[in-house]
Design a protein around this ligand. Structure first.
Ligand SMILES: Nc1ncnc2c1ncn2[C@@H]1O[C@H](COP(=O)(O)OP(=O)(O)OP(=O)(O)O)[C@@H](O)[C@H]1O
Length: 347
């Protein structure tokens, strides 16, 4: 059980201190994972909204290192599993073995080992796991609880960090729409573009040992137990104007009906492109993300630039397209989002 006395209290008058801690975490992670400032900012925003994140990208670009660095920054127990085709949901809940006395024994698996204090649950290569595992994860992400041994287990702090590499599509299981929708952000990670960062990654041995690299981050800089309350306070603290609300509604309308919004993409039949996914939940997540972005920028009001900064990572993974466009889905949806941002006039 968590010691209630140890849970940090988050008061409105201390919000500036929490912002300093959040920015310090961002700086420290940025020293360890170089050339990925954009992705680090998204992970920070997701944590401050107490949301789950899926990273996608090339192999060996630092996704795992980044997630481990962030997990260390929030402190608390974490668990990590590798997605494999033979992983079953029960493997995450318990392990069965035979004890020295010859009797069967059950031990808690990765999800239950730390009780309700589990802070971060990493799911490496999530697309290698079967749909049954995705289903368990879906409930965990939506409700932060699971049922096992005829009991409800609550994991009130847990944040899911998942990654999948974008290269291998064979022998993998695409995440179902509902599970994808529960990720607050889906963020693409690519190679750093800065030549200096590239040089350092290859020649500086500091970047070759992930364990010592991650240990450079101050543990628990942004206490994981404060995140649910902090996320609520940030949402309450930052406001939106009627003009901003109209802007978000127009973006939503354009996502649902790009033709009516006058959006055209080369070689795409716009009238059949979008089949669903631009849901109220998705748009609510977008607004939550924009609140956090504004707060990190030191503002109490959401500006159009906040919405624009988080638009693609908040909504693109929720959009479902006609099957004829499935193979090129990622690129088309990204182009659609970019075209919408260009077309819809900001206040
Ligand atoms: N931007 C970066 N900053 C710091 N270290 C990096 C960066 N990119 C790669 N590395 C280093 O490269 C190695 C591989 O990184 P990591 O395992 O995090 O990649 P990955 O994207 O998770 O790969 P995979 O998809 O194969 O799991 C690690 O030693 C890591 O420290």
């Amino acid at each position: 059980m968590t010691d209630p006395a140890a849970i940090p209290v988050v008061e409105p008058q201390d919000l500036f201190l929490w912002r300093e801690r959040a920015l310090r975490l961002e700086t420290e992670v940025g020293r360890v994972v170089i050339g990925q400032e954009r992705v680090i900012r998204f992970l920070l925003i997701a944590l401050l909204a107490h949301g789950h994140v899926l990273l996608e990208g090339d192999v060996g670009v630092g996704k795992t290192t980044l997630l481990r660095a962030m997990a260390r920054g929030v402190g608390g127990p974490y668990q990590r599993v590798e997605g494999t085709v033979d992983l079953m949901p029960t493997d995450l809940i318990y392990h069965a073995s035979i004890g020295d006395d010859g009797r069967p024994r059950l031990e808690p698996g990765a999800l239950l080992r730390h009780g309700e204090t589990l802070a971060v649950f990493f799911f490496n290569e999530i697309n290698r796991a079967r749909p049954q595992v995705h289903a368990l994860l879906l409930r965990l992400m939506a409700e932060r609880s699971l049922t096992a041994f005829n009991r409800e287990f609550s994991l009130p702090y847990v944040v899911i960090f998942a990654d999948r590499n974008s290269l291998e599509r064979d022998e993998t299981f695409d995440l179902p729409a509902a599970a994808r929708d529960r990720f607050f952000f889906e963020v693409n990670v690519s190679m750093p573009t800065d030549p200096d960062a590239r040089r350092q990654l290859i020649f500086d041995r500091r970047f070759h040992d992930t364990d010592t690299l991650v240990a450079e981050i101050g543990e628990g800089l942004l206490d994981y137990r404060a995140l649910p309350a902090l996320a609520r306070l940030i949402q309450a603290e930052v406001t939106t104007s009627p003009a901003l609300e109209e802007y978000v509604l127009s973006l939503w309308t354009a996502l649902r009906d790009p033709v009516a919004a006058g959006i055209a993409l080369p070689d795409i039949d716009m009238s059949r492109l979008v089949k669903g996914g631009a849901s109220p939940r998705g748009m609510a997540y977008l607004v939550r993300a924009a609140h956090v972005r504004a707060w990190l920028e030191g503002r109490k009001t959401v500006m159009p630039e906040d919405v624009r900064a988080v638009f693609i990572e908040s909504v693109a993974h929720r959009i479902f397209v006609d099957p004829i466009y499935l193979l090129r889905r990622e690129a088309i949806v990204r182009d659609l989002c970019t075209a919408i941002l260009e077309k819809v006039r900001a206040p």
